[in-house]
Design a protein around this ligand. Structure first.
Ligand SMILES: Cc1ncc(COP(=O)(O)O)c(C=O)c1O
Length: 405
């Protein structure tokens, strides 16, 4: 019997969604490095609370339900209850467990927001520079980006009264620690953004991805606490436990529980239950709060090692931004033109260090950086590796500064 020939590459009909996906820029490749990898988003394997996790998983397994049955699409009741308490204690968020939706990483939460709140052609406000995977989720559903510049106080809200911006359906922001530049949204700008939402009915998606890490400054209450009816709060366990767990959560405004629950059901029924119950167990026993305190300390040490090494090795030839919160900093290199960033990254690779440029986080057609910049994550590195990596980087920067003179 003749077998059907597969259609040649490119001949298969794909949806408009697929076409938009394929038009997005591909992610940076993962390469192994010899000396130090400053990839942002990685955590140290040594920080994972193995014993507490094993005890929690054992306890959950021993409970042995009589039936293995699909759960609530919003996630396990015990985790939503535990998070309800944690979010109040840690972030001052008041909500009911019914408004918490457990998702497979905050990325899924952002993707659900995109699919539930935007139609093709709808405009969305997005920080420039900003978090590429969130930008891509909104663009993939056909959203049209309106890049909004950021500075040391986060999103610049001065233009929000303009017509194009007023008509946007959604704004995505990282107010506690702007990604990647690190500004904290000032009180006046918080008010301006929430006024924008109240005027036009737009929704604010607040990505509080690293709210657990503040270095020597008081924690800022999330926007959600000021306007729970306009803000979708997005949180993650990727910065405290592990990005490989794929667990995050949304707190949605009253009335949005049902669309989010039904979208989650169609996507994957619900997040894996065993892991959710294990995290709930950690939260209820107090082990999670203890763990957060411990990783906060360890990451503060790593940060101190990075800042000290950058000051010693690079001195005035670099500016370090966004040091007050989170698990990364941005290193600006005023002596190196922005168009030399890719060459610097390639030289880093050859010299054994993983470097990540800031330019790809800028919107095409929006404001561009004035010089080369690097996003430097440190949460996976020990102090000695940080020092060795920065020494290699300094050698490359000095050589490039000389050649640009
Ligand atoms: C701005 C931002 N949001 C969210 C996340 C976490 O994403 P997820 O919860 O999907 O792992 C990251 C991780 O690097 C991030 O940089």
């Amino acid at each position: 019997m003749p077998t059907a020939e597969p259609p040649p590459d490119g001949a298969r009909r794909l949806s408009a969604f697929a076409q938009r996906l394929l038009a997005l820029p591909p992610p940076a490749p993962t390469r192994s490095v010899r000396v130090a990898d400053f990839r942002y988003g990685d955590l140290s394997g040594a920080d994972f609370p193995v014993l507490a996790w094993r005890r929690a998983v054992n306890r959950v397994c021993l409970r042995r339900p009589a039936r293995l049955r699909y759960d609530d699409p919003r996630g396990s009741e015990s985790l939503r209850d535990a998070l309800h308490g944690y979010l109040w204690r840690a972030r001052g968020i008041r909500c009911t467990p019914e408004r918490i939706i457990i998702v497979n990483g905050s990325q899924q939460g952002v993707d659900l927001c995109a699919r539930l709140l935007l139609d093709p052609g709808d405009r969305f406000l997005f920080e420039n520079p900003g978090y590429a995977l969130a930008r891509h989720a909104f663009a993939a559903v056909g959203g049209v980006e309106i890049p909004v510049a950021v500075d040391a106080e986060g999103l610049r809200t001065d233009g929000l009264r303009g017509e194009a911006l007023a008509a946007a359906a959604l704004a995505y922001v990282t107010p506690s620690h702007q990604f990647p530049l690190g500004g904290v949204l000032s009180a006046a700008r918080r008010r301006a953004l929430l006024d924008w939402a109240a005027r036009g009915g737009g929704v604010v998606v607040e990505d509080d991805y690293d709210g657990e890490y503040r270095h020597g400054v008081a924690p800022i209450p999330p926007l959600q606490t000021l306007a729970p009816e306009s803000v979708i709060y997005v949180g993650t366990l990727s910065k405290t436990l592990s990005p490989t767990l794929r667990l995050g959560y949304l707190v949605v405004p009253p009335g949005l529980e049902r669309p989010f629950a039904e979208a989650k059901r169609l996507t994957d029924r619900h997040a894996p239950l065993l892991e959710q119950e294990a995290v709930a167990d950690l939260m209820i026993s107090g082990a999670y709060d203890r763990h957060v305190r411990s990783v906060r300390r360890r990451n503060a040490e790593r940060r101190a090692a990075l800042l000290a090494a950058l000051a010693t090795e690079l001195g005035d030839s670099a500016l370090v931004a966004g040091t007050e919160a989170g698990l990364h900093v941005v290193l600006w290199l005023p002596g190196i033109p922005a168009d030399q960033e890719a060459a610097l990254v390639a030289e880093g690779q050859a010299a054994g260090i993983g470097l990540y440029p800031v330019s790809p986080l800028y919107a095409p057609g929006g404001e561009r950086p004035a010089c080369a910049g690097l996003v430097m994550g440190y949460a996976a590195l020990d102090a000695e590796t940080v020092r060795r990596g920065v020494a290699v980087l300094a050698g490359l920067v000095v050589a490039r500064n000389r050649s640009s003179d």
